[in-house]
Design a protein around this ligand. Structure first.
Ligand SMILES: [Zn+2]
Ligand SMILES: [Zn+2]
Length: 409
């Protein structure tokens, strides 16, 4: 089984422990809407990854078959060497994903949260397609595909625990490894911290290549991105920088600029576009986290729906190998639809309740038509029927508000 899937229960256990700590210490590092968005981005990344991973694996395997100088044996030393080498390649992969416009468009999802907690770690992109290029040196020196996949998964799993504000600096460990403190710097948008600390497991690469910055006592990190997302829509989180680049490409008058806009350093815009379509400058002194006021009912409804979508997604990832094509694509479409729809409720959109009615009716129809294990069917029925009750209440509240507004006009 996939190592990352095996780690999922531990991820959730640690998230629950951090949530309890958050309540006990009154730290307020968690917000329902932000956490749902981070977890949804993670779900979308894993689910779309099923389609996306075909290319990287095939390309790596192809390069390994035709370009490898030798085939390295399956020994502990080779595994250790591959683990370190993978992180070295990851450093450059990560650094360039911050420094080049089109690569940033893919990586930005991971940085779009204005909170910093363990759910932020799971906020991953759904659009990475060229990352495999950075690992090709490993194919050339003969690291077999199964070792690359395993050390890649271990690298990703290591990065999970560093997304917390509850762990202080860790003495000598800070010198060698990526830690919560030096990764907090990586997620901050303060001038002092921005574009620093790219390592995945080892912070040594940053010290070596001049991109290291230590967390300062008197400079509290402000998390998030300079061009704030201001949305709870996980699909928009994945495409908003691509959309900006596409617009700049369309608006640019010179043909060279239409091409260069994708590959220039992050933030670069053609001079004419910058002049004719200026973007608002950020003032971190006025920084305010994005939020939309929600009733407690909406929060409970979204949490319930989110857990339901999570259960369906995990079941999907575990069973995708034995599914027919239409079941596979149907479930993927449902998960994407549900993620978008929950985001719309979180944003208090007018059409959101209608989308949710449609989704719940679809789930009921699917439960009647498709055979699922009985324990899962019970969970899904109970969750869907209670969701519909909550939704009825949300619907009534919204109608009540609309009528009240009409009367006052
Ligand atoms: Zn990053
Ligand atoms: Zn991170």
């Amino acid at each position: 089984m996939n190592i990352i899937l095996m780690a999922i229960p531990f991820f959730f256990l640690l998230i629950i422990i951090e949530l309890v700590l958050d309540k006990v210490r009154h730290t307020q590092y968690y917000r329902v809407n932000d956490s749902i968005n981070s977890l949804t981005a993670g779900v979308l990344s894993r689910v779309t990854g099923i389609a996306r991973r075909v290319i990287p694996f095939s390309m790596y395997a192809l390069c390994f078959d035709y370009l490898s100088l030798t085939v390295l044996p399956d020994t502990p030393w080779i595994w250790a060497m591959a683990f370190v080498l993978y992180d070295f390649c990851y450093y450059w992969f990560h650094r360039l994903h911050h420094e080049v416009n089109v690569l940033w468009a893919s990586h930005v999802v991971h940085h779009s949260s204005e909170e910093y907690n363990l759910t932020t770690a799971l906020r991953q992109t759904s659009s990475g397609l060229v990352g495999w290029i950075f690992y090709l040196p490993m194919a050339v020196i003969g690291v077999p595909v199964h070792i690359l996949v395993a050390v890649g998964a271990l690298n990703l799993i290591y990065q999970f625990w560093v997304h917390t504000q509850h762990v202080p600096k860790l003495g000598w460990y800070e010198w060698i490894f990526v830690t919560p403190s030096n990764h907090r710097v990586h997620h901050a948008q303060n001038q002092l911290y921005i574009d620093r600390n790219y390592g995945g497991v080892f912070i040594l690469w940053d010290r070596l290549f001049g991109t290291f910055q230590e967390e300062q006592e008197d400079e509290k990190p402000i998390y998030g991105i300079r061009k704030a997302l201001h949305s709870w829509n996980p699909l928009w989180a994945n495409v908003h920088v691509y959309t900006q680049l596409l617009q700049d490409c369309r608006h640019a008058q010179r043909w060279q600029d239409k091409f260069l806009v994708w590959f220039k350093p992050t933030g670069w815009r053609p001079t004419d576009v910058e002049k004719n379509y200026p973007l608002a400058k950020v003032d971190l002194n006025q920084f305010k986290k994005f939020d939309v006021n929600l009733s407690i009912n909406s929060k409970v409804y979204c949490s319930l729906q989110h857990i339901l979508t999570l259960v369906i997604a995990v079941m999907f990832l575990l069973n995708v190998g034995s599914m027919t094509e239409w079941q596979k694509w149907g479930t993927m479409a449902f998960i994407v639809f549900s993620s978008y729809s929950i985001g719309s409720i979180l944003e208090n959109r007018e059409f959101a309740v209608v989308l949710e009615w449609l989704k719940n009716i679809l789930v009921c129809m699917a439960l009647v038509m498709i055979s699922v294990p009985s324990w899962l069917a019970v969970i899904l029925w109970v969750a869907t029927l209670s969701s519909m009750l909550l939704l009825w209440d949300l619907w009534q509240t919204r109608r009540g508000k609309l009528t009240a507004t009409a009367h006052t006009q």
